[in-house]
Write a protein that binds this ligand. Structure first.
Ligand SMILES: C[S@@+](CC[C@H](N)C(=O)[O-])C[C@H]1O[C@@H](n2cnc3c(N)ncnc32)[C@H](O)[C@@H]1O
Length: 244
């Protein structure tokens, strides 16, 4: 795919194909770039999101858009050996890296990774105690359909937790961060991986709904007790909701 593609102008099947091939190309450098570009803060963000999921030993969790499985690995600590974390993603190269991490950490007994599209989850209804999605929903073509699927596979009383990039609101941090996100990040991403992927990242965040709009989508899908928490000056936001 051309690196000069205007990623703000792609929709539907074209976006799906673009996103999947982009993650396939950056998979081998994804973890390195994540740690470098976030100064390792991404682990803290997932840790706080995992606390929000409030999983107990022995429970079942689904991590959608699991990528290289960092969030699934974090959730596995909470469900323990008696529980299960299923991670799904539609990009095989990302999952392969995730699988080797799961094996290396010796937790393949309680984590299963599978190829699946967030918009069409291959699970029966009311299966999971919690469903999580981290830095994934912004890439999904039909976000509402994906949340409806997450709602369907949750048990009544189960919790959805969505961790995603957001827009810091306070100055001067807002301007400093915008410069970093739109100028420095694509430059470093381009040097160490693929520039188009790290140009797509800020573009996709700028098209993503604001906090209240996203909360409204969750309410419309059927979630109750919808709330959100900003972390690190609002760089990321954790939305959560409960299936009644
Ligand atoms: C930025 S990565 C996030 C990975 C991981 N959750 C994390 O926290 O590092 C986004 C992931 O979403 C996946 N993805 C995007 N759209 C998807 C879809 N419709 N169905 C399944 N996975 C999808 C991509 O393949 C990619 O692995």
């Amino acid at each position: 795919m051309s690196t000069s593609l205007d990623t703000s102008q792609i929709f539907g099947e074209q976006k799906r194909t673009y996103v999947r091939s982009m993650f396939a190309r950056i998979a081998s450098r994804y973890d390195l770039l994540n740690s470098l570009l976030s100064l390792r803060i991404h682990h803290y963000w997932r840790h706080v999101a995992a606390k929000e999921a409030a999983l107990q030993p022995g429970q079942y969790a689904l991590d959608v858009c699991t990528g290289t499985a960092d969030f699934a690995l974090r959730l596995a600590k909470d469900v323990g050996a008696q529980g299960l974390v299923v991670g799904v993603d539609f990009c095989e190269p990302m999952l392969k890296i995730g699988m080797s991490k799961v094996r290396r950490q010796g937790v393949d007994g309680c984590i299963t990774l599978a190829l699946a599209d967030a918009q069409n989850l291959p699970f029966p209804s009311e299966r999971f105690d919690a469903v999580t999605v981290a830095f994934g929903i912004r890439n999904v073509v039909d976000m509402r359909q994906a949340f409806a699927e997450m709602w369907r596979v949750l048990k009544p009383g189960g919790r959805l937790v969505c961790l995603e990039f957001s827009h810091p609101r306070r100055q001067p941090f807002r301007s400093i961060y915008a410069f970093y996100f739109h100028r420095i990040l694509p430059l470093v991403g381009g040097l160490l991986s693929h520039r188009d992927a790290y140009t797509y990242l800020p573009v996709s965040v700028s098209y993503f709904p604001e906090r209240e709009q996203l909360a409204q989508v969750l309410r419309e899908v059927g979630f109750v007790q919808v709330k959100w928490t900003e972390l690190t000056f609002g760089i990321v936001c954790i939305h959560s909701g409960v299936k009644p």
